[in-house]
Design a binder for this molecule. Sequence first.
Ligand SMILES: [Zn+2]
Ligand SMILES: [Zn+2]
Length: 154
Amino acid sequence: MKQDAISGGCQCGAVRYRLVNQDYKIYVCHCLECQKHTSSAFALSMPVKFEDMEVQGALENYTRGTDSGAKTRCAFCPACGTRLYHRSDKSPEIVTIKAGTLDDTRAIKPVAHLWISRKQPWVLLDEGVPAYDTQPPDLKTWREELMGFPAEGS
Ligand SMILES: [Zn+2]
Ligand SMILES: [Zn+2]
């Protein structure tokens, strides 16, 4: 594991993770599923390559279907219930980390807002940040472009 890895974990500390790269992008999702699973107004989503993530501690999964017919495995700490990441069976090479679990959240600067049609009206957006009524038409490709993945040349 590189020394410059970034790290995070659940609320109780039983689950910890590290990421081998530094250059991650975070988007905000205001959809109702995200409001529910965060029990808040929106989710902070950080897509990363599954292979870049090293997890310590036992996770459990809650699996739910999505509108596109995929199944999303939602990984959480069984001790404290913190949601750590989501992983779709349609793109298992990517996990979407719930970025509020990062150890250092001060640097979070969202690159986009999704599902603003479901946004809480008191959440005010930065006009300089792209916002989608729902989500980009090809979410998988959009997220891969955010990640710079697949790597050039592939
Ligand atoms: Zn925990
Ligand atoms: Zn959402």
